[in-house]
Design a protein around this ligand. Sequence first.
Ligand code: 5GP
Length: 114
Amino acid sequence: MSETVFSKIIRKEIPAKIVYEDQWALAFEDIHPQAPVHILVIPKTPLQSLAQATAQDKELLGHLQWVVAQVAQSSGLADSGYRVVTNVGSDGGQSVPHLHYHILGRRALAWPPG
Ligand code: 5GP
């Protein structure tokens, strides 16, 4: 996988407002928030998107979803609700080719998305 801005955030080469970190995952505030709470959860290992995930990634994917729920809880979103989005590829609108889950919350979100 090619180097991305998220690789630099993982290595702490560029700043980010980190809200959670463990051995496998990092969560930080999105630089262009689309909701009052907008956090990205990413794996530390290079995986471009769900489209590139293999059976070997199943444990990591489960862990990332657990991190999403923990971060949403610690951000005070569990009661009011929130949305979790991962954009895949060009039709999905993915702009950074490093798997990431958007957590969006603290406002009512429209459906369907654009
Ligand atoms: P995508 O469009 O790939 O689903 O989402 C990429 C997200 O990464 C966007 O919401 C964008 O605002 C965010 N982003 C891009 N560059 C940076 C950065 O340098 N720092 C942070 N914190 N977020 C970024």
